[in-house]
Design a protein around this ligand. Sequence first.
Ligand code: FAD
Length: 580
Amino acid sequence: MDAEGDARPAAPPTTPRYEGSDRLDPAARTAAVARLRGTSVQEPLDVLVIGGGVVGAGAALDAAARGLTVGLVEMHDLAAGTSSRSSRLAHGGLRYLEQREFALVHEALTERGLLLDRIAPHLAKPVPLLFPVTRRGWERPYVGAGIHFYDMLSRIGAYGGAMPRPKTLSKVQALGLAPDLREDALVGAVRFYDAQIDDARHTVAVARSAAARGAAVVTRTKVVGLLREGERVVGALLHDHETGETYEVHARAFVGAAGVWTDAVRSLLGDQGTAEVRQSKGVHLVVPRQAFRSTTALMTRTPTSVLFVLPWGRHWLIGTTDTDWDGDLAEPSVDVDDVEYLLDQANRWMARPLTHADVMGVYAGLRPLLNLGPADGGTATLSREHGIVRPAPGIVLIAGGKYTTYRVMAADVVDAAVKELAELGMHGIPESSTADIPLVGAEGYAEMWTGRAAIADESGVDVASVEHLLRRHGDRTPDVLDLIADDPSLGLPLHPDEAYLRAEVVVAATHEGARGLSDVLVRRLRVALETRDSAVTVARDAAELMAPVLGWDHDRVMTEIEAFAAGRPLLPAARDLDEV
Ligand code: FAD
């Protein structure tokens, strides 16, 4: 039965709406699984979203906010794919200006402003960047004009006007801001602002906001099959990695937001058509802040792309590479060539060259790029715009784009899903409203930030820790402080070298959907990426903090620790480094 021939009567949303909570704890998972299992051909969900990266979480929020009944399934952890492995910039993409992608840049700058002003002010913040100029003559005005144009684009529209204006600097002024820059490397610089965002925490906040609007969010569950009635996709076969069970879920429309796994999802239709997505690997190094004295980030050109040196807590993130990748999609490896390339590129600018010994951590992610470019053109030239395909009635797939524009992508793909619903007679579904929805943690953040000294006084937690918590949990900081009030040992740092508190490990499991040790140590907290021991020394403490929440016995604690130590995504690179 094809869409046109579908004789089913108009199907209003019969499935009762489900009152959600933004708390992603074990009970919420159990309830969400029961909700998915309780669907049938007669009582389907309106929309099932496949993939819990930022785009899938965004689509779940968008659809739930339109009043639709929604499920979100993620085969691993929220943001475990590309959405925890980015450069963590909410940006317009200065380099796309050179490609004359003005509309794309403007759209992303508007999203940047929305994130800063309304949607996630606790997770996004402005960051100053220096763009060094290397030649006298045409280069400074050329770069300056480009960056001023970029700034001007950000001021068109209602958002993004809060950033300071760009400034052209002499060499002496630039070195004043970044004393460890090599004097002979530049003749001046342009300083401008962009925004940084904690990608993994932001994705979790989007998923929690969807859950608050009734979306059934289930991780560790993979879509392993698609069920059809005639041509139309009407159900999916899910495999729950935790219980080992396989079960069916039914929905009126399916949204695939599977990033670099898009072709794998499409192949579940038995459709091997042209590959929609090509992946490019991007690597970042994590080095200590003291390795490079600078009060500002750095953005420079490289032979193939751009290099960022970005402040992140007590570290710099140095990235990124842009190379084709056809290996493991879940854990792309970092090799010595990647590390040396980044060190070489960074050292073109460093008065005190960085060495392998400065590298504390590495991470690699795969960009899902639409397969539009020439096969031999290199991945840096492929489009960052997103695309939507409809491989069969009842299912739409989205891929491409970039983190910053996830909300626009989500709205576009839900619009496409709404067309699928219209074919079943569902009309009058409202438009996207996510531009007006502050994410979990956002609403009371500004007020709490102003009152942070009083919060510190009342809780007995020092101001620096309160600031750390506010920037990560926003107005949900009391969830952490309440735990510390009950048990002051939870107010101690988890790792001696990092600011993360032990209570944050508990909250990751009680509120943030963490189900395994790496969910906590790699994504909710970044401690595994930021410490020389990759957090192995605190794995036991963390596992024992999670155990009561997740019902782990001693054996399970030990299994989790072993799995974390064996599967640390970053360690193969560390071993490679030792071999150099
Ligand atoms: P993903 O985050 O990969 O999500 C897809 C999810 O689908 C995964 O979690 C996967 O487990 C799940 N999944 C797949 N198949 C199934 C299945 N069968 N069943 C259930 N679940 C499934 N963008 C910016 O705006 N700013 C930046 O600074 C930036 N820097 C970047 C740097 C690097 C190195 C890289 C690689 C990307 C960067 N990006 C940046 C791009 C951005 O990170 C991505 O565009 C974005 O995260 C993609 O999100 P996604 O949801 O499409 O994919």
